[in-house]
Design a binder for this molecule. Structure first.
Ligand SMILES: [Zn+2]
Length: 465
């Protein structure tokens, strides 16, 4: 692999130029800006590394698909997205959000960290590998959607129609960061999600607040209902909520023991004195990575503008998200929530579920393919990856990979100060170059694993999932 690494270093200027070009192309999915052009651009990049490509239409923005196939090889898939978040507030940017300016070794652009840098690193890795070895040791599939930043609303259409385009022995997931100490963060799973809106209604219109003496206030009612969902010890009180929550294996416990998480720095950055329930150490990490949540995202009722307005609101609404863990099912949790509200006398409170939920994804740490990729990463970098067994965030990982028994490993080229979704989004160009090497390493490693290990891998995984 030394010659591949050398090739990457010698050609880094070209690769950086490609990344700049890609970042200069706007692709804001929520505002439908530049998606078609970006899809076409990406298709050209994939063709230039010998992928057979297709632009697959969905009800929303299309999926760009690329593959190289040869009978008998193992398959590595890449899941990414070509869309980015809107760039506002634009006046807080120090340079054009789509200018891809380089300052102090950093490239500043909307989408550089999330996730055009990671995607381009994958493309460049395949380029470099082919330049040196003339062919790939694995089959490759690129699944690149254009709506990740809008919650992947149409990925199901693709999954249902093209299960053959999804099948793989290993999927390299979207993104990740390189930590301050140079270690790559390696994400093996994600939490699931149920998002609900609860609505309490009172009189058929807002009233003078003097009526508060005799007319029920829906804002109070919603607060009383919320008060039954969670207590001050961070326990979620919905009956049956924890029934299916998984028990981490010894290996999973060990991984979070070793996982680097700087409590002091995090607290000081946030201007806080302590975490919830004053959790620390392993208990804090266990809560962050392995426990479900119930979070009030926003509450809306009555008058909240300037000055005073004495009003009795006719309606109160709250948005709540639940980050779920294996094996909680979002539909089942929604039913439990309904039952819970009913049994606490809140059957008048409506539950609106604006989008279908997602299940948590969990890659089995004991899989040979997982172990060998981790070893290869450590060998390249001289420092073990920081393994995040289950990302506290969510995404379509279960739908795209885990329901088919495909193990997932996510890493990328962002950093802790990348400002994803925020002004001055950036990546370190050095991380981008190291990221290209890392992808080439994984390709090489998977290609050199023998077929028996891989096929056994799949069976073990399916039995456990
Ligand atoms: Zn994002």
């Amino acid at each position: 692999m030394e010659s591949v690494y050398r090739y990457i270093e010698e050609n880094q200027a070209t690769y950086i130029e490609m990344l700049k070009e890609f970042c200069r192309q706007e692709s804001v999915s929520t505002q439908n800006r530049g998606l078609k052009e970006t899809a076409k651009m990406l298709q050209d990049y994939l063709q230039s590394i010998n992928m057979k490509t297709e632009i697959i239409e969905t009800t929303g923005h299309p999926i760009v698909y690329g593959e190289s196939f040869q009978e008998g090889l193992k398959t590595l898939s890449f899941y990414n997205h070509y869309d980015v978040q809107p760039e506002d507030p634009i006046d807080l940017w120090e340079s054009d959000p789509f200018g891809a300016e380089v300052r102090d070794g950093k490239l500043y652009a909307r989408g550089s960290a999330d996730n055009k840098g990671a995607l381009m690193a994958r493309i460049c890795a395949i380029h470099a590998y082919q330049e040196i070895f003339k062919k790939l040791p694995v089959n490759v599939k690129f699944i690149v959607e254009g709506e990740e930043e809008s919650g992947s609303p149409h990925i199901d259409e693709f999954i249902e129609k093209y299960p053959d385009k999804i099948s793989a022995d290993l999927c390299i997931w979207e993104n990740g960061i390189v930590n301050n100490d140079g270690s790559f963060e390696l994400k093996l799973g994600t939490k699931g999600m149920l998002y609900v809106e609860l609505v309490a209604r009172g009189a058929n219109s807002d009233l003078h607040s003097s009526n508060g003496a005799i007319i029920e206030n829906p804002a109070w009612r919603l607060i009383w209902a919320l008060n039954t969902l969670k207590n001050e010890n961070e326990e979620i009180l919905i009956d049956g909520f924890y029934d299916k929550v998984f028990e981490p294996t010894d290996e999973e416990v060990k991984v979070i023991q070793e996982l680097k998480f700087d409590e002091e720095e995090t607290l000081s950055e946030l201007g806080l004195d302590q975490f919830v329930a004053n959790l620390k150490g392993i208990n804090l990490k266990d809560k962050l990575f392995y426990k479900p949540t119930c979070t009030i995202c926003g509450f809306n009722s009555g008058y909240t503008g300037e000055g005073t307005k004495t009003v009795l609101p006719s309606e109160a609404r709250v948005k709540v998200d639940f980050r779920l863990v294996p094996d909680q099912d979002p539909e089942e949790i929604a039913m439990l929530l309904r039952k819970h509200l009913d049994s606490h006398g809140f059957n008048d409170i409506e539950i609106i579920i604006p989008e279908s939920g997602s299940k948590a994804a969990r890659t089995d740490l004991s899989l040979p393919v997982v172990k060998s990729v981790i070893r290869a990463m450590e060998k390249l970098h001289g420092i073990p990856p920081n393994i995040i067994p289950m990302s506290p965030g969510s995404g379509p990982m279960y739908k795209l990979c885990h329901q088919f028994g495909i193990p997932t490993m996510g890493f990328g080229v962002g950093n802790p100060y990348s400002n994803k979704h925020a002004p001055n989004e950036n990546i370190n160009l050095q991380d981008f170059i190291e990221g290209i090497k890392m992808v080439a390493t994984v390709i090489h490693e998977l290609g050199s694993m023998n077929n028996d290990t891989i096929s056994k891998t799949k069976v073990i995984h399916q039995k456990q999932s």
